[in-house]
Design a protein around this ligand. Structure first.
Ligand SMILES: [Zn+2]
Length: 176
């Protein structure tokens, strides 16, 4: 005449709630600002495609491209626009890479404006050189860190002596 095993049902519910709570705890977003994930952000996806093009170019030429224009042409059947899909601003390209505080590697391609919850997506490359593989990754960076990196790079460029000889133009520039 009793309802079937009320205690067990309650215990099962408790266990499920505990599991849900545990799951929520590990995935809890930062209370400060919710960062867009790489998976859900079209800009990050686009930069991920372009980072693949950077690696492809590096594998063939053993250096980074002088200009980002070459990257768009590396996927002939599906060229990747060099523009942030959210801000509509062309990505900035830094062929020698920006050193961003707190980030390993150098940032070579990145958002012109901080349109992603006040942050910018950027492609960082690391490694390369003799016998080392170049690694690229897409990272969300604080706007202030990018601005500081740009300022440091501008100061370094102003202090640096201009090179005696210009780098040779690529002999095998892809046809339009
Ligand atoms: Zn963007």
């Amino acid at each position: 005449m009793q309802p079937p095993r009320p205690r067990l049902t309650a215990m099962a519910c408790g266990a499920i709630l505990a599991a849900l709570a545990a799951g929520c705890r590990t995935a809890a977003p930062s209370p400060v600002v919710r960062r867009p994930s790489v998976e859900e952000d079209l800009c990050a996806e686009r930069l991920h495609d372009l980072s693949g093009a950077i690696l492809f170019y590096y594998a063939a030429h053993h250096r980074l491209p002088e200009s980002p224009a070459v990257l768009a042409s590396l996927g002939p059947e599906d060229p990747v626009p060099l523009v942030c899909p959210l801000s509509d601003q062309p990505y900035l390209y830094h062929p020698t890479g920006l050193r961003v505080q707190g980030q390993p590697g150098r940032m070579v391609l990145y958002d012109a404006v901080a349109c992603h919850t006040g942050m910018r997506w950027g492609v960082f490359v690391d490694g390369g050189g003799t016998g080392r593989r170049l690694i690229a990754r897409v990272v969300l960076v604080a706007d202030a860190a990018v601005i500081a990196a740009e300022q440091r790079a501008a100061v370094a460029a102003a202090e640096a002596q201009p090179p005696a000889d210009a780098p040779p133009a690529p002999a095998d520039a892809p046809a339009e």
